[in-house]
Ligand binder design. Structure first.
Ligand SMILES: *[C@@H]1O[C@H](CO)[C@@H](O)[C@H](O)[C@H]1NC(C)=O
Ligand SMILES: *[C@@H]1O[C@H](CO)[C@@H](O)[C@H](O)[C@H]1NC(C)=O
Ligand SMILES: *[C@@H]1O[C@H](CO)[C@@H](O)[C@H](O)[C@H]1NC(C)=O
Ligand SMILES: *[C@@H]1O[C@H](CO)[C@@H](O)[C@H](O)[C@H]1NC(C)=O
Length: 570
């Protein structure tokens, strides 16, 4: 189908300004301690070795460096190298830029047939996301047994550095009015707290549309005690296994961009030192497996050697919150806004929206070429995508005069697993999320879609949609687009449950694989081995809050403080 001639969709091309002056200043030295891994020694020693300088890792590293030596190994590059790419207008383009092994966004396609993305850059997902900042549900404090005041202080530490109150303009105001009319009440105004009703949350975009990221938390670091290596791909965590004693992590092996291997070890004779995995929900379980900690038969089948510990739960409990967007072409101009407002109804779905998304058509084409490449490798059927490519013959960069309202199904209850495909740490493992296997997730999806329909059909929203267009009709647009590789069973929206299953997309909040209670204990220590923790979203049982970045950064800060206190008391 020709997306851009669809009468209902009515994308209006209003700007082609997006990419004009992307400049690339060489700022690998933005921080004195930020270096390319090629300049690192063959052997080095640190009190803490953190694998992954992402959303959790940056916060954790900055904190630990206050009183210990810290090495951060980041497989990607630096967001400071190309600041314009992270500005608000480039959100969609940077997310779909999967052109080469150095892109900040790495495409992966789950076995469920949903396109997904992994961050490959210092700052992690905060470099690619829609920027919305909102804390976790209050119940979490009780569940984790954490100290409330310290949780509060950890959130504030993050907020002081990189969170802003958004400026709410026309489209977002109409969206608020629509949510209230649809019964997502009360209106709670601007707050970071997770409260039922409709609220304005924080954003990591400043008033000029420049993104701030978790990498900025490294401004808090002690430059004399921290080293951050970029393009450092960790291949293995090293363990000592003397006699009958528990395996103990003592270092890691990583490869630099020239293919040279380096070893980093924990400070000699300091029993307080640790390796900490903060590589995210895909790489943390994958790296545990590649290091010999995981389901033994599965590891043996892939030739992982030595097997350190048979740990059947590594890679289990993978969850991904389904996302469903509804695009609403607008008869009048809309502001460029990513997520600023969220509706938290009394069922398990969150409703968010944005307007004026910009997309480079040439990049869209490149994205789908990348998808085709990957599919050929994985031998997926891909007819629908080939067909779309034929219709994408525009050389234009477009800004949509449209709003998009999405829902994220909370939880989710449906769970899957992760398995190795091979032993290359740079390759994606095989991931299955089993979207909508649990009927409760499906019920929440239907309730969420119904709420979106009510928002679109509300009086408050009416000036941002064409007369005669209604919410249910707009749902049809997605059915014609190659948004995923799942089988299509329906051609109309009469069966919303089937619609949810057929049109599943992701909001990139995947988690699990090293869950608390299964793979790590309540202090995030890997069960069965010493001197190794996992601190990132792979430990979550469910996605915290409406959007997890706030809590993932808080987790890094909170655990960093806790580890430093334990270190002192040792
Ligand atoms: C895409 O990513 C590559 C690799 O990081 C970068 O060189 C290029 O400038 C990016 N392109 C756009 C359009 O952002
Ligand atoms: C949930 O909210 C709807 C309106 O959005 C209301 O009609 C319903 O009574 C509420 N249900 C509960 C259990 O609070
Ligand atoms: C769209 O962006 C690409 C990438 O920066 C650029 O090469 C191209 O000239 C742009 N197209 C238009 C019509 O401005
Ligand atoms: C750092 O360590 C020293 C010596 O163990 C201790 O006196 C000090 O309180 C610690 N500071 C922090 C911030 O943990």
């Amino acid at each position: 189908m020709d997306l851009y001639n669809s009468p209902l969709f009515r994308l209006i091309l209003v700007a082609t300004f997006i990419f004009h002056d992307l400049c690339s200043s060489d700022e690998a030295g933005y921080y004195s301690f930020l270096k390319d891994a090629t300049s690192g020694p063959t052997l080095s020693h640190f009190d803490y070795i953190i694998i992954g300088g992402g959303t959790a890792g940056s916060a954790l590293a900055a904190t630990l460096s206050q009183n210990a030596t810290v090495l951060v190994l980041e497989r990607g590059g630096s967001p400071y190298d190309n600041p314009a790419a992270t500005d608000i207008g480039n959100f969609a383009n940077t997310l779909i830029n999967i052109t080469d092994p150095n892109s900040w966004s790495q495409l992966f396609i789950s076995e469920d047939g949903v396109f997904n993305t992994r961050a490959r850059v210092l700052g992690g997902g905060t470099v690619l996301n829609a920027g919305f900042y909102s804390r976790w549900e209050d119940e979490f404090v009780a569940e984790t047994g954490w100290v409330r005041e310290e949780v509060e202080a950890a959130y504030e530490w993050v907020e002081k550095k990189l969170v802003f109150e958004p400026h709410i303009k026309g489209w977002q105001t109409a969206f608020i009015d629509g949510l209230l009319e649809a019964g997502v009440v009360p209106y709670n105004g601007f707050t970071y707290e997770h409260v039922h009703g409709t609220k304005v949350g924080g954003t990591i975009f400043d008033p000029d549309g420049h993104r701030h990221t978790a990498a900025d938390l490294l401004e808090y670091a002690n430059p004399n005690t921290i080293a951050v290596y970029l393009h450092a791909s960790v291949h293995k965590i090293l363990f000592t296994t003397k006699g009958n004693s528990r395996p103990k992590a003592y270092g890691v092996i990583f490869q630099d961009a020239n293919g040279v291997f380096h070893t980093a070890e924990l400070t000699v004779q300091d029993a307080r030192s640790e390796v900490i995995l903060s590589a995210g929900a895909i790489a943390s379980p994958q790296l545990l497996m590649l290091s010999g900690v995981g389901p033994a038969a599965h590891l043996a089948a892939h030739g992982v050697n030595p097997i350190i510990l048979d740990h059947p739960m590594v890679g289990q409990g993978m969850g991904d919150n389904p996302m469903h967007p509804v695009f609403i072409p607008s008869p009048k101009p809309v502001e460029v806004s990513l997520v600023q407002v969220v509706g938290i109804p009394n069922f398990s779905s969150y409703i968010e929206g944005g307007s004026g998304l910009s997309l480079s058509i040439s990049l869209t084409r490149t994205f789908f070429n990348g998808v085709l490449d990957l599919l050929n490798k994985l031998k997926f059927p891909s007819q629908s995508i080939s067909n779309l490519l034929k219709s994408l013959d525009l050389g234009l960069n477009v800004t949509t005069q449209a709003g998009v309202i999405i829902q994220k199904v909370s939880g989710p209850l449906s769970r899957g697993h992760l398995e190795l495909r091979n032993t290359n740490p740079d390759d994606n493992p095989s991931v299955t999320f089993n979207y909508y296997q649990d009927p409760e997730d499906l019920n929440n999806c239907v309730k969420g879609l119904s709420a979106i329909i009510n928002v679109i059909d509300s009086k408050g929203y009416s000036s941002y949609k064409y007369p005669g267009v209604n919410g249910r009709g707009l749902l049809n647009l997605i059915l014609a687009l190659p948004i995923n590789l799942r089988p299509r069973h329906i051609t109309s929206t009469s069966d919303l449950k089937q619609y949810c299953m057929d049109t599943t997309m992701t909001i990139y909040h995947y988690h699990g694989g090293c869950q608390v209670g299964n793979v790590v204990d309540n202090d995030y220590k890997v069960l069965g081995v010493d001197a190794l923790r996992v601190i990132d979203a792979s430990t979550f049982l469910k996605s915290p809050g409406t959007n997890p970045q706030a809590t993932i950064m808080m987790l890094g800060r909170y655990m960093g403080q806790k580890i430093l206190r334990e270190r002192e008391a040792f």
